[in-house]
Design a protein around this ligand. Structure first.
Ligand SMILES: Nc1ncnc2c1ncn2[C@@H]1O[C@H](COP(=O)(O)OP(=O)(O)OP(=O)(O)O)[C@@H](O)[C@H]1O
Ligand SMILES: [Mg+2]
Length: 208
């Protein structure tokens, strides 16, 4: 069973968007998957409530309280965890120390670089990450085609030894799916195949 944590100290960078779409992607291909919400805002729990029973099934785990972590893990292929904002809480540290994969969404905005780089330094201090037992995957989110900032972000991250694994475009389709309790992998429509394609490096990384 693989624990995939989506986390960054920066609010609004796309943690819930990535956690919900990733859980739906794994469920769509037949994995036994749970989505654990470890953020007090409970956005992933809300999304799961909106999800129709007709869609591929995703188990709900409420990890908003520390005592609940590790609850109901039997028989699952993967748990996708929507992480809390901030590294200071014990909850965040416990989750990082236990994760097999750590996905860090970063917005290509100068206001986010500093905080995200500091956050990456912070997680590198945590034992399991330091020993190289957890893989860190950086996702540039809300990338705009005309933006030059993603190249600058990439340069800054590369200096620290963190390559960007994939780039996810800024598209309204994500807000629509968020409202419907669905994800981009729940439908195989040709119109959004380019959007799904952007996720393939991430899906491969959490498989290897
Ligand atoms: N790739 C994207 N394209 C368009 N909109 C996006 C994208 N990713 C996220 N958003 C939107 O940006 C907003 C913030 O995203 P999200 O809620 O996933 O971030 P978060 O990191 O979970 O935030 P919080 O720190 O509040 O939990 C949401 O309105 C979401 O729909
Ligand atoms: Mg969130």
């Amino acid at each position: 069973m693989r624990k995939i944590l989506v986390v960054n100290s920066k609010g609004g960078c796309g943690k819930t968007t990535i956690a919900t779409n990733l859980a739906a992607a794994l469920a769509a291909r037949g994995d036994a998957v749970a989505l654990a919400d470890a953020d007090r805002q409970k956005s992933s729990l809300g999304w799961l409530k909106r999800r129709s029973k007709k869609m591929s099934s995703i188990e709900t785990l409420d990890w908003t309280k520390e005592g609940k972590i590790g609850d109901k893990e039997k028989g699952l292929d993967a748990i996708v965890i929507d992480g809390p904002s901030g590294l200071r809480s014990e909850l965040a540290k416990t989750l990082i120390a236990e994760a097999d994969d750590i996905i860090v969404p970063v917005l290509p905005s100068a206001f986010d670089w500093g905080a995200s780089l500091k956050f990456l330094d912070g997680i590198s201090e945590i034992k399991k990450v330091r020993k190289g037992k957890a893989d860190i995957h950086l996702v540039a989110n809300r990338v705009n085609r005309s933006s030059t900032q993603v190249a600058e972000l990439e340069k800054r991250l590369a200096k620290k030894g963190y390559p960007i694994l994939c780039r996810i475009s800024d598209r309204v389709i994500y807000a629509r799916h968020a409202a419907a309790g669905t994800g981009i992998f729940d439908y195989n429509d040709a119109r959004s195949s380019d959007v799904r394609g952007q996720w393939h490096p991430l899906l491969q990384a959490v498989d290897s």
